[in-house]
Structure formats: structure tokens, C-alpha cells
Design a protein around this ligand. Structure first.
Ligand SMILES: [Zn+2]
Length: 314
């Protein structure tokens, strides 16, 4: 139907963290009696993180990220239950394991601690489970960094099954934050604009990106970031799709922008290089066969899919 003819029904499956599969059942977050029962149900499973690192358990040669209640308790020093939601009716929670346990967990032969980025890169879990682990990481980190009320400075409390913090001193409620980031490809005819940061691996080019600022709409932020980083002016902006990015709690908003100028002036505080690439070069970059060895971010990153959208449109 007109408006929605070319809108994707779901993000690309390989796009890391983007495939929400749980029913978040938010109405249960205030239901203490239901939550208590849910924690003890035989089908309930638990995600565990320690110092920001997902704790995984060997299941034969494979790794699993979901623990039974007994498996969870064996980790020791678990914190408050974060209710992630329901998977086919079965509750899913996440727990933070006290950081003092880290070395003990690392020493256990039946466990493996793998950082979130590597889990996504290696495609260890289904897209839905990766989303749940990423959500847990972002939420637990938020709790760790927001233990005090930003209104009165007193300690605040875990509330609403982890989806809020409440200050009993001044009554303020505090909610988990998501930081919107625009990530975009400026396009002019058959060419697109890619940049590289000094910290990128050798040969890596990617879409430009930057945090949205208060008072900006998505299109404003896209145009400003491209102009600031490369001096390129852009007009029309088109949204593609978004990617939750739990490093620590961003939302990458993927866009295409129509360039109206061509002369690049690099902001050297942000970028080491920026260049126009033809669509054929973009294809070579995605297929890892660019003659100068230029590469794109991996398939789990939205920049790859934005570039792919440009290539596919040709
Ligand atoms: Zn307060």
C-alpha cells in the first residue's frame, strides 16, 4: 500500500541486536507477586553478566547464554532481577553478577565469558537472543552508572523490575536512557561518501555518524553531522532502519542523505579521511575485493546495511 510499499517489515536478520523477539509484557513490571512466582517457574531462564561481560555456559561444545535457576545461583553474588519479558510465555530475566566474582567465573571450566561485540561478530546466538543479551547489558550498565538521584544526589533504588530507578528521598523517578545516534550515507548520483576515523583498522571506511543533539530532528542531525565532518551539504534525507547498539546504550538511526555539493573538507578532529566512492566500488568494498583493500564494517553493523541499500538501489 502506497506509504509502506518499500518499508522493510523487519530489520535485516544479520543486523546485530536489532531483532526484538521477546514480548516485554511491561504490565508485569509492577506486579511483585507475579514476578516472584515467575522467578521460580521451571521454564524461566536467566541471562547473566559480570562487569559488563555476558557469562556463557558450555553445552557440550556449544555455548548457551540462558541459565536455569540453579545454574544462575551457582554463579554467586547475583543482584536484582531485571525482567526482560516473555519468550513463548516463558519468563526471561537478566542478572548482574557481583564484579568480585569475575576471576572465579573465568576460572570455571564449564563457563566462558565473551564480550558482547565478539558474541555479535561471531553470530553465536539467534538474533532474538542477541537482542535480549544486548538489552540486558545496556540496562544493567545504566543501573551501575545511575545509582544516585540526579535531582537530589541521594542513593536511588531499583524499581519496576529494573525498568526504573526511584528516589525515596525526593520522590523522583529515573528511566533508562537511550542515546540516539544518526548514521548515514551521503549519496550523489552514482557515488557515496564514506569516511574513516583514525582509530579504524587499516583500510576500513564507513558511514559517517554522530550523536543527535537536543532540539534536533533526525534530518537536522544527519545534515549537520555530514556538513561538520566533511563540508558536504545535503538536502533530502531518508530513514532506512535502526539498530540498538549497547555500547553502552545508543540507538543507531540509519539514513541516506542526498548530497547537493561535492567538495570535501575534512574535520580532522573527527576523521582521518573521507572520499567519494562509486557504486561499483561500494559493491567491491562490501564483497571484500576493492583493489585498494578498502573494507566496510561487518554485517552485524548497520553501516554495512546502509551501504548495501545504496548498492542494491543501483
Ligand atoms: Zn532524589
Amino acid at each position: 500500500m502506497g506509504f509502506f510499499a518499500d518499508a522493510p517489515e523487519a530489520p535485516p536478520a544479520e543486523l546485530g541486536f536489532a531483532s526484538l523477539s521477546l514480548d516485554r509484557a511491561a504490565f508485569r513490571r509492577e506486579d511483585a507477586s507475579w514476578l516472584n512466582k515467575a522467578l521460580a517457574l521451571p521454564g524461566t531462564r536467566f541471562v547473566a553478566l559480570c562487569k559488563d561481560i555476558p557469562v556463557l555456559a558450555f553445552d557440550g561444545a556449544a555455548l548457551k547464554a540462558l541459565f536455569s535457576r540453579d545454574g544462575l545461583e551457582s554463579l554467586g553474588g547475583i543482584g536484582e532481577p531485571l525482567f526482560l519479558g516473555l519468550e513463548d510465555g516463558a519468563p526471561r530475566f537478566a542478572f548482574e553478577v557481583a564484579s568480585e566474582q569475575l576471576e572465579a567465573l573465568k576460572a570455571r571450566q564449564d563457563l566462558k565469558l565473551i564480550d558482547m561485540r565478539s558474541i555479535a561478530m561471531q553470530g553465536l546466538f539467534s538474533p532474538g537472543l542477541l537482542n535480549a543479551i544486548g538489552t540486558a547489558k545496556a540496562m544493567l550498565l545504566w543501573h551501575n552508572r545511575h545509582r544516585f538521584c540526579s535531582t537530589c544526589g541521594k542513593p536511588s533504588d531499583w524499581a519496576s523490575a529494573g525498568w526504573k530507578r526511584h528516589c525515596s528521598h525526593c520522590g523522583a523517578d529515573h528511566f533508562p536512557r537511550t542515546d540516539p545516534v544518526v548514521i548515514m550515507l551521503a549519496v550523489r548520483g552514482d557515488s557515496c561518501l564514506l569516511g574513516r576515523s583514525a582509530h579504524f583498522p587499516e583500510g576500513r571506511f564507513s558511514c559517517l555518524a554522530g550523536f543527535m543533539e537536543p532540539g534536533e530532528g533526525i534530518e537536522d542531525a544527519v545534515r549537520r553531522e555530514i556538513l561538520e565532518e566533511t563540508g558536504i551539504r545535503t538536502g533530502r534525507v531518508r530513514y532506512l532502519y535502526a539498530q540498538p547498539w549497547p555500547f553502552p546504550s545508543s540507538l543507531m538511526i540509519g539514513c541516506l542523505a542526498e548530497a547537493t555539493s561535492t567538495e570535501i573538507t575534512i574535520d580532522t578532529t573527527e576523521l582521518a579521511d573521507a572520499r567519494w566512492f562509486t557504486r561499483e566500488e561500494a559493491r567491491q568494498i562490501l564483497e571484500n575485493r576493492h583493489p585498494q583493500g578498502i573494507s566496510s564494517p561487518p554485517r552485524m553493523a548497520i553501516a554495512n546495511h546502509i551501504l548495501q541499500a545504496f548498492v542494491d538501489a543501483g
